[in-house]
Design a protein around this ligand. Sequence first.
Ligand code: PLP
Length: 355
Amino acid sequence: MVKKAMEAALDLPGNASSTHKAGREARRLIEAARAQVASLVDAGPRAVIVFTSGATEANNMALRGSGCERVIVSAIEHPSVLSTPGIEITPILADGTLNVFALDKMLEGNDRPTLLSVMLVNNETGIIQPVEAVVEIAKRRGALVHCDAVQAAGRIQVDIQKLGVDYLSLSAHKMGGPQGAGCLIMANCVNVSPLLLGGGQEKGLRAGTENVAAIAGFGMAAELAIQDMAKMQLLAALRDELEQKLSQFAPDIRFFGKDASRVSNTSLFAVPGMPAEMQLIALDMEGVFVSNGSACASGTVKTSHVLAAMGVTGGEAQCAIRVSLGWNSTAEDVECFLAAWEKMHARVKSRRGTA
Ligand code: PLP
């Protein structure tokens, strides 16, 4: 359905800024998508949604454009947040959640305009972060809050009004939409300075002709994400079964974030002596696609800053792989993964035995 929505948009010749009929039709598609995205996160009537090229741009826009003098971010944020100049980093506990006490301490006596940026779900561990507690601290200390909800949307309920955050970033491709589309949502009438200048699109907040097909696909993905939310919850049983079977094959396996509250589709684990790179290649050859840590930054195998922030040693972190289930993953898919993983593990064990 996402593809169909995009194809229908591609069939339109109009530029959404044109006042002729074709332009008005393109505009109608953009505004329909805005309503679909608003509905996914329960954005109220005062919220402003700016379509962007993705969450990387949305994060950059919020962190660089809020006008705040101090920007404090958690140590496990996406690189698009962590690359902001002059930021201060707030630590993470060993269980993978934000240390809210340390954050509160950093704000003691603060009298400068401050923005806090904390993701709702971490992209490597799947651990849900205490964003509501961050908002409580922010309100008490007079700070604004940005939330990268990329990994949460479509997996758990994201209600911008309930969360109480000021800025929220989303990415279409993490919820079954096209790559290269996302948005920054501003609740509570907060403002932002545009990153891109030179056109009045998106209420002057994001210059450049809109990518109507990508936006229409994003809107449809958001609508479907609401419908498919219940299916995402069912994945927890599959994920738990996967982890239980892996523990039987490899009793020395460690699952990161197992005791914290996690989204249902993610499992991040390491087995000592089984480097992630070796696992990725061996599983790829069996037609099983997994990631080491974060797929956004992959291509290179580097130690995860998320696991480092949780106090995991470099050697163990180098062995961590992440399995993500999709809403349409089945018990057969899990069996297929387990068969490939067991084969690989047996090979490694027999090599170790003969070494
Ligand atoms: N934030 C998080 C948590 C992500 O996982 C990603 C990438 O998937 C991004 C931001 C960047 O999103 P995009 O690929 O839309 O730029």
